[in-house]
Design a protein around this ligand. Structure first.
Ligand code: HEC
Length: 143
């Protein structure tokens, strides 16, 4: 009898341990805004040039959309908050226009970056122009 109780207790303990082990991968996921190294645009998307590249005047529209839709997380100046990373950082600026467009379009909802595919593409390209203007002195931004 004693022997049997010990065995079932051990079985129960083993079951609990297994359940905990199973839960670990989810619980261990880093919280936003930690950078998700696995979140990268496919080469084809990254190679697409910004159709507004020669229209620096279009950045003003991007600035407006940024203030409306992005600043709550990324900060009014885009330099990041506790909710989202700095978009003027070297790591972001090193990415191609196409890669940034792809990230804005699809988001990374698992990490707290929403998808903005509902915005018309020209507006998303304007946002990319605005990202390029971040951190530069104001005179570098078209009026
Ligand atoms: C609800 C909060 C939130 C809003 C609103 C938001 N973002 Fe983000 N954004 C995030 C988070 C969190 C990340 C980090 C995701 C990651 O690296 O896994 C991120 C990442 C990014 C990145 C990629 C940075 C990198 O390291 O490659 C870009 C570009 C970006 N956001 C642009 C925008 C733009 C443009 C808007 C507005 C149209 C916007 N975001 C609105 C939360 C937000």
């Amino acid at each position: 009898m004693k022997q049997k109780q010990t065995t079932s207790h051990l079985t129960f303990t083993a079951a609990v341990v297994l359940m905990c082990l199973h839960a670990v991968p989810d619980a261990a996921l880093p919280q936003a805004p930690e950078h998700d190294a696995g979140w990268a645009a496919p080469a084809r998307a990254a190679a697409i040039p910004n159709p507004l590249a020669n229209r620096p005047d279009a950045a003003a529209g991007g600035r407006k959309v940024f203030a409306e839709r992005c600043s709550t997380c990324h900060g009014a100046d885009g330099r990041g908050t506790t909710k989202a990373p700095d978009l003027a950082s070297a790591g972001v600026q090193a990415q191609s226009d196409g890669a940034l467009f792809w990230k804005i379009s699809g988001g990374n909802t698992r990490r707290g970056m929403p998808s903005f595919s509902f915005l018309p593409p020209p507006q998303r390209w304007q946002l990319v122009l605005n990202l390029r203007a971040l951190g530069k002195p104001p005179q570098a931004v078209a009026p």
